[in-house]
Design a protein around this ligand. Sequence first.
Ligand SMILES: *[C@@H]1O[C@H](CO)[C@@H](O)[C@H](O)[C@H]1NC(C)=O
Ligand SMILES: *[C@@H]1O[C@H](CO)[C@@H](O)[C@H](O)[C@H]1NC(C)=O
Ligand SMILES: *[C@@H]1O[C@H](CO)[C@@H](O)[C@H](O)[C@H]1NC(C)=O
Ligand SMILES: *[C@@H]1O[C@H](CO)[C@@H](O)[C@H](O)[C@H]1NC(C)=O
Length: 379
Amino acid sequence: MLIKLIFYVNKVEIISKYGYPVEEHFTITPDGYVLRLHRIPYGISFENTTTKGIAFLMHGLLSSSVDWILTGPNYGLGYVLADKGYDVWMGNARGNSQSRNHTTLNPNDNAKFWNFSWHEIGIYDLPTMIEYILLKTKQKNLIYIGHSQGNTAFYVMASMRPQYNSKIKVQLSLAPVAYMGHLKSPLIRFFVSLLRTEHKLFLDLFGAYELLANSGIFTVLATILCRDASITQILCTNIWFLLGGYSPHQINATMLPTLLAHTPAGGSIRQIVHFGQLVKSNDFRQYDFDFENIHKYKSFTPPRYDLQKITAPVYLIYSLNDALAAEVDVLRLCKSIGTSCKEKFIIADHTFNHLDFMYGIRVRELVYDKLLEFMALYK
Ligand SMILES: *[C@@H]1O[C@H](CO)[C@@H](O)[C@H](O)[C@H]1NC(C)=O
Ligand SMILES: *[C@@H]1O[C@H](CO)[C@@H](O)[C@H](O)[C@H]1NC(C)=O
Ligand SMILES: *[C@@H]1O[C@H](CO)[C@@H](O)[C@H](O)[C@H]1NC(C)=O
Ligand SMILES: *[C@@H]1O[C@H](CO)[C@@H](O)[C@H](O)[C@H]1NC(C)=O
C-alpha cells in the first residue's frame, strides 16, 4: 500500500498510468515563486485535433493539481474534460506540494517564503499562470474552473487586476467561497475562535508559517488509520465530514488513504488566518494587518474587494450542505458581483458537501454534466 502511495505522489506518472498524455510546465511569478502546472492536452477518447479550447482548473485550500485527477478517469475532472475535447491545464498555488519553490527564498528555513495568503495567489499566481498558458497555446482566452479557494483567488484577481477579465471566457465556481459569515464547519468555527486581534502572536506560535504539508508521517498515518477493514476508518471519515459537511452517500472510504496522502497539500498559515478574518468580519476584504493597516492601506480596516469590477461571466455552483460555503453567503456573493453573475446552480443532492465537488462518488452526474452544459455556452 505504501509503495502504491509513494508511486501516486508523482503526478505525471498517475496521469500517464491511464494512458493520457501529460505535460509538466513551470512559470515564475514577479515575486519569485516557481509554480508548477500540469496539462492534459487531449483525452484518450478524443482523437480530434480541433480542441474546444482551454480549461484552466484551480484547486482549493491545501489542495493541488493532483486532486483533479486523483479519483481516476470518469471521476477526476481533469480526465473528464480532456475526454470531452478540452485542453486541460491544472494550476498550483505558491507553497503547495507542487509549487514549493522560489528563485531566492528557501521554503524550509525562510519565513518570508510563507508570508502570503490567497490575496497574493490572486494578484500574482493566477495572472502569471494565465499569461503563461495563453502564450504557450497562442490563445486569447480560457475557461476558468475553480474549487473553493480557487474561486476566492479568482475574485481577488478579477477585482484587483480587472484587465484579466477579458482573458476569461467564463468562470465556473464550484463551492464558491468569498463571504464567510455563515459558515457551518464546527472545526473551522473553533479555529476562528482562537483568532485574536493580536494574531501576530498566533502566527509566531506557528513558527515559519508553513501549514500542513503532507509529510511522510501523515501519509503513513493515513495509510494505517484510514484503510479498509481498519476500525479507525470511521475516525477518518468523521474528520472528513467535520471539514466538509456530513455526506455519507458521496464518500468512497476506500479512497481515503489515497486522498489523505495528497490532502493537505500544504500552504501558508496566513491563508487560513485570512479566511478566519472573513468569518469574523462577515465581509470580503483584504488581509487584516491590525496595527499595520493604517500604514499599508491608509485606513484602520482593510479595503473590500470590489466585486463589481468582475466583468467575466461567473457561474456559481453550490450545495446546501457545504460546511464552508453557506447558501446565504453564496447568494450575497452573486448580488455583489452584479450582472456578471450569470447563474446560481444548486446541486440536486442536498447532502452533497464541500469536498464532494472533488471526490464525491456521484460527482459526474451531479456536477460535471451541468458544468459541461455551461461550458458549451462559451465556445
Ligand atoms: C472535430 O470536432 C469538431 C467540433 O467538435 C467537428 O466539427 C469535426 O467534424 C471533428 N473532426 C473530426 C475529424 O472528427
Ligand atoms: C527551483 O526553481 C529554480 C529556479 O527556477 C530551479 O533552478 C530549481 O531547480 C528548482 N528546484 C526544485 C527542487 O525544483
Ligand atoms: C509579511 O508581509 C507584510 C506585508 O505584506 C510585511 O508587513 C511583513 O513584515 C512581512 N513579514 C515577514 C516575516 O516577511
Ligand atoms: C472507490 O474507490 C476504489 C479505489 O479507488 C475503487 O476501486 C472503487 O471503484 C470506488 N467505488 C466507487 C463506488 O466509486
